[in-house]
Design a protein around this ligand. Sequence first.
Ligand SMILES: [Zn+2]
Length: 417
Amino acid sequence: MITLLDGFRIVDATSNFIGHVVVENGVIIDVIGLDESLEDKKPLFSKYLMSATQIIRGRGDLYLMPGFIDMHAHFRYPGFSEKETLESASLAAARGGWTTVVCMANTNPVIDTIELAADIKCRSDALRLIDLYPVLSLTKGMMGKELSEIALLKNQKAGYMPLLLSEDGKDIADDEVFLSALRCAAELDIPVSCHCDLQNEAAAIQRAINLGLKAGCPLHIAHVSTKESVDIIEKTKWEHREFALTAEVTPHHLLLTNDDALRLGENTFGKVAPPLSSKKDRSALLDALDDDTIDVIATDHAPHTQADKEGGAPGFSGLETAFPVLWDTLIDNDEFTEQSLSHYLSAAPARILGLDDRGLIRKGMRADIVVLDPEKKTTIKFADFYSRGKNSPFLERDYNGKILFTMANGRIVENGW
Ligand SMILES: [Zn+2]
């Protein structure tokens, strides 16, 4: 079955042109520029037109981008179905344009065995929505004492292999335990995502970097929120070019400040870890994306019930809101281009996670595609969330840009056209 996406503005990290995308069996089998289809590729284009079972027309003004890849989300499965389920989170991801998601291990039980991670992957695959990769925690039960099954991964010939390892919001206090976990990761060549938010963020990042350098493992710093942290990452990237150090920022840290936390309730609906920072920090984060000190934008989707938020649980639901708020604020204010946004949301995370079959619109890549209308608006409303956690700092506002549909592995998984 051939799907022809006919006449779209095709934007990814390295290109921006009007053309057609041909999808068959979950794969992009051809990408044809508009000028090409008029000349040498005309017979081929006519063949696709004749054989397509589905033709979707972009009128030359709708955007077609690679599906987004989220390196940091909390799906709350297993154990916290009042906050989120695999299905509600996957639907939220699909609506938000996220076709590949890495979910964190702070669940109940903690994802500390290969069997549990594989079971979650399998259940998620059965939903046929997005491509989900659960992380494995570094230690058993995230207790910071004994290593989880990460030590067994290197002997695994087949079966589930995580793309990222992480102890989530818990730092391992014992240097020796932390170091042995990082050495395991080095052997596997799997990045470790460090959240560094228990104590002073900059100090925790510096410690993770020191141990990461010792172990020689790829290290990924989650949700960077201050200028001080940016400075440490920038300095390390300059001084240790061989060290695979990467970093992420969330849409809320990029777009909001502590004034917003006060407005929303510092200890309730505006509470997030790490907390929203100052204007100075916010502009340092924007500059850090621009000069590649920070590599990717990730949601840190952290759904909670309203009661949990009232009780001070930190986090925002971000999967459904990330794209419209970024598009509206950053593209419309000329902070960066459509192409660079695609780099932060798709190409860069694909590279860090070692997913060479996605992240760009290219022949041979997985057909993970987001189609959007830059002229339409998205209204973020409490009642509309697919996620069970409906707490967002971006509620009740219109944002320029609307995702019309999301295609994952060649299937339309969410259609809001
Ligand atoms: Zn998190």
